[in-house]
Design a protein around this ligand. Structure first.
Ligand code: PEP
Ligand code: CO
Length: 455
């Protein structure tokens, strides 16, 4: 393979490229970014790799979640706290049901760039560039807002730093109520539409979880603190390679290059061309790397991606995030899993049940149904169980807010409800209650997994 450098991606064809108008303005921003301190550190990245390697052995489970598109406006204490809280609550439910520790990774502090299916958008006969995320332009439909502005990369870097600073300093104390599941807002399970056996199961799980946490508390503060310590692992789609490569550097005493904008960058479904710029950039860094795989991926292509991104087949390096859709997963996933196994390639299998299940309502609103999302997770568990592989994680678009973007769940959101609080800048997210309910379902499915030896 040819020599790699943080900018060798510029020699390759690029998809979803951003049309910046002024090269000098872009260069100045990239230079400024490259001089600023990193957002994460190489030892955190290496630590995450160790944890992911253990997850590949079936000893841990990954919970990845957050907004589809993070926004600068939502860099607010209540929104950040609520999102951390729902991820923490979900993880406790999963630890309880799955009998293994959970690695929590937010889609946060950098999830500002969005791939779009169309480069422009037409409204009322006016055509403007699409909104590509706050890293690139602004959502308002005006020519000024939609201009690709490189200075937004600096604004996003600053907001990522503020988000991360707040997330890191949210101490155990800030989440004391999380230790008491009986205080979680679970009233929606009492909805008449929830079958009584399910309701009883939720109540029983909550009670048992509360007892387990109290028991641990009685044994010593440290244990509960360990269980509920808010890991500050971050992830985002590594779409804008100017931003990623500006913060990619070597560090003293370690070999290789680190992309220090985030711990776990991933390559999106639309940018994983084997000869493309994104593959070129991500093959050169030490970070663990995720790759989204939709139903169009061929088994050969998936093996090739693994070979390119992880030529030495190192553990903890590669996370394959499958997003086949509830309808397709049973037929599209098995050949890919079998091909990787046949080639002896190490990956962590993670299910993203959101992106293959987006639909439009009759009035044109993008939504996802709770049942489809759940069905894809459960089918993915089934496929991996049948093939003797391990589904080692789940990836959700979710928020800690009471939005109405996805339909269904015990809380019973209907198509009519979508207009009430549809706040996402891009794809529909599970709200607080839907996300928590989802975790109970996953925990129940995980309780069937074989027990693993203690770490
Ligand atoms: C996303 O995760 O928001 C996304 C765009 O996903 P995908 O690349 O799988 O379509
Ligand atoms: Co999305």
């Amino acid at each position: 393979m040819s020599t790699w450098s943080p900018t060798s991606w510029k020699t390759k064809p690029i998809t979803q490229d951003v049309a910046y108008e002024d090269p000098k303005e872009l260069e100045d921003v990239v230079t400024a970014l490259s001089r600023l301190p990193p957002l994460v550190t190489s030892w955190e990245v290496e630590r995450l790799r160790e944890l992911l390697a253990e997850a590949q052995q079936g000893r841990r489970f990954l919970l990845q979640g957050g907004d589809c598109a993070e926004s600068l406006f939502d860099c607010r204490p209540d929104i950040i706290t609520n999102r951390q809280k729902i991820i923490l609550q979900m993880s406790l439910v999963l630890i309880h049901g799955g009998h293994r520790p959970v690695i929590r990774v937010g889609r946060i502090a950098g999830q500002y760039a969005k791939p779009r299916s169309k480069p422009t958008e037409v409204r009322g006969g006016v055509e403007l560039p699409s909104y590509f995320g706050d890293l690139v332009n602004r959502p308002e439909f005006t020519p000024e807002a939609r201009r690709a502005d490189p200075r937004l990369m600096l604004a996003c870097y600053h907001h990522a730093a503020m988000t991360l600073n707040f997330v890191r300093s949210l101490s155990d104390g800030g989440f004391a109520d999380v230790h008491h599941p009986e205080y979680w807002d679970l009233s929606f399970f009492r909805n008449a539409a929830v079958p009584s056996e399910l309701r009883e199961e939720y109540e029983q799980t909550t009670r048992k979880l509360g007892e387990a946490l109290r028991f641990m508390e009685a044994l010593g503060e440290r244990k509960v603190a360990e269980l509920t310590r808010v890991d500050s692992f971050t992830s985002h789609e590594g779409l804008n390679l100017h931003y990623e490569s500006a913060q990619t550097r070597q560090v003293p005493w370690r070999k290789g290059w680190y992309d220090l904008t985030t711990h776990l960058p991933w390559i999106g479904e639309r940018t994983r061309a084997p000869d493309g710029a994104h593959l070129e950039f991500f093959r050169g860094i030490r970070n663990p790397v995720g790759v989204k795989l939709g139903p169009s991926v061929s088994p050969e292509n998936a093996v090739r991606l693994a070979e390119q991104l992880n030529p030495d087949n190192e553990p903890g390096k590669l996370v394959f995030i499958t997003r086949m859709g509830a309808q397709r997963v049973q037929d599209a996933l098995p050949p890919v899993v079998e091909a990787l196994r046949g080639a002896g390639r190490l990956v962590l299998w993670v299910c993203d049940p959101m992106h293959g299940n987006t639909v439009s309502t009759s009035s044109g609103i993008k939504t996802r149904s709770f049942n489809d999302v759940l069905r894809e997770v459960e089918s993915s568990f089934d496929v991996h169980e049948r093939l003797g592989s391990y589904l080692g994680g789940v990836h959700f678009e979710l928020t800690g807010e009471d939005v109405t973007e996805c339909v269904g769940g015990a809380v019973g959101i209907t198509e009519q409800d979508l207009e009430r609080n549809y706040a996402t800048l891009c794809d529909p997210r599970l709200n607080y209650r839907q996300a928590l309910e989802m975790s109970f379902h996953i925990a129940r499915r995980m309780s069937r997994l074989p027990r693993v030896p203690r770490l």
